[in-house]
Design a protein around this ligand. Structure first.
Ligand code: AMP
Length: 426
């Protein structure tokens, strides 16, 4: 019986894993430069945390969670997103005790029972950040600036922020009444889900991908025109700040984001070269979430982005920024069984100069050289029978094709000299 990976999951092979590692390292540098510290939370949590934190009416909670009972009958769920768990950890570890703003970032797998398709997986990775403790519009701006910097430092250019305000529960409630009324007149044109949704969660209609619903959305009253004074002032301050920080942006009144806990600022970052799926991620303010998770009223704002989407964007449009799929620059090629241990010994010394691989496949020299070449190696050290008798090895320059014999103990020096030359020639 051969097993296959589960639908919507991926194996990350070494060549892609290198891209991942590059992204991981670069992103951590950017987060550190903004003084955000990493937080790692478990992959599973009490199901209720997500029901509360993401929202009982959301697609994520209603249709997409991996929920199971453990051996004691407790309902647990694999995390579908990062924020709810970060807030749980913030409260559980008393991270708000000292006052001030806690700046946190995360990077890791998320799980959603989505319909797998191009760019949509059931296990996918997100990176994100949360700033917990400030209601200032400048904190929203720091988060947008952080997300844009993360993406720019990876090499993505011409990014655009699409931004909106979803108000606070007060102004939203009044607006939702209006919206429900407008939606009632549009029942025929809505998809079945939206027809149901419009009672509990009318704003979701703006999030629906159905064409009929999108057409309806164009005719609906907009929340932006019904914001209370405070929310309107907050939004205006964010827009002014985006200008001042020269972050390219445009207002998009249809951004409501898929999650329930957003208040005021909601935004997405788009990368137009990706076409239809140009959203790399987004975020917003969620002033109600900490309280919904049992804490004191605490304002917060954050963002998240999909790592597969980022890597796809880089591979498609900026491949030169990614590490090349080269193997080890030094390859040691023993030509007989009795030379293998000597090869391992020599490799230990050579690794001081550069990554070194030993070919233990037992194939012919020709086949070994071909593999070394294909892997992009620069230098091969051949341990043949004849040279061994004279305590010598052959050092071959794989870039130029020239080779020479050296005394075994001088081999590391010869290899290092050659590496330096080929490094310069490249
Ligand atoms: P969300 O948490 O739904 O706001 O998604 C934020 C970002 O995560 C999206 O813009 C995508 O880049 C990524 N993302 C969300 N769901 C998936 C998925 N099923 N597969 C891959 N990436 C995803």
């Amino acid at each position: 019986m051969r097993f296959q990976r589960q639908r919507g999951t991926q194996d990350l092979l070494p060549e892609q894993a290198r891209h991942w590692q590059h992204l991981d390292a670069q992103v951590r540098r950017t987060f550190a430069s903004f003084d955000y510290g990493e937080i790692r939370t478990p992959l599973f949590e009490d199901t209720q945390l997500f029901v509360r934190g993401v929202g009982a009416d959301t697609d994520i909670v209603q249709k997409e969670m991996y929920t199971f009972l453990d051996r004691k009958g407790r309902s647990l769920s694999l995390r579908p997103e990062g924020t709810a768990a970060v807030v749980r950890a913030y409260l559980e570890n008393g991270m708000g005790r000292e006052g001030g703003v806690r700046r946190l970032y995360y990077l890791g797998p998320m799980y959603r029972y989505d319909r797998p398709q191009a760019g949509r997986f059931r296990e996918f990775f997100q990176l994100g950040a949360e700033a917990i403790g400030s209601a200032a519009p400048e904190q929203d701006l720091e988060i947008v600036d952080l997300m844009m910097t993360v993406l720019q430092e990876l090499g993505l250019e011409d990014l655009e922020v699409e931004i909106n305000s979803v108000g606070h529960p007060g102004c939203r409630a009044a607006y939702e009444t209006l919206l429900r009324r407008a939606l009632e007149a549009e029942q025929e044109a809505l998809c079945p889900t939206c027809r149901e949704r419009h009672v509990h969660n009318p704003l979701r209609v703006f999030d629906c991908k159905n064409e009929g619903c999108r057409a309806v959305a164009q005719r609906l009253p907009l929340l932006r025109q019904h914001l209370c004074e405070d929310c309107a002032a907050h939004h205006a301050a964010v827009l002014r700040g985006l200008d001042r920080l020269r972050l390219p942006h445009r207002e998009n009144p249809h951004i409501v984001r898929g999650l329930d806990y957003y208040t005021r600022t909601a935004f997405e970052v788009h990368y137009p070269p990706l076409g239809a799926q140009s959203a790399l991620g987004g975020g917003g303010r969620y002033d109600g979430l900490v309280e919904a998770c049992g804490g004191p009223p605490t304002p917060a704002v954050g963002f998240s982005a999909g790592i597969e989407r980022l890597l796809f964007a880089l591979e498609q449009t900026r491949p030169q920024t990614l590490p090349s799929p080269r193997g080890a620059p030094i390859q040691v090629l023993p030509q007989e069984e009795s030379a293998r241990l000597a090869a391992l010994e020599l490799a230990r010394e050579l690794r001081r100069a550069a990554p070194t691989a030993v070919d233990l496949s037992g194939r012919s020299l020709k086949a070994q050289l071909k593999s070394a070449d294909r892997a992009g190696a620069l230098v091969a050290v051949i341990l043949g029978a004849e040279e061994r008798e004279r305590d010598e090895v052959v050092v071959r320059d794989l870039v130029q094709g020239a080779q020479a014999s050296h005394r075994r103990e001088l081999a590391p020096q010869a290899v290092a000299a050659l590496l330096e030359q080929s490094g310069e020639r490249r």
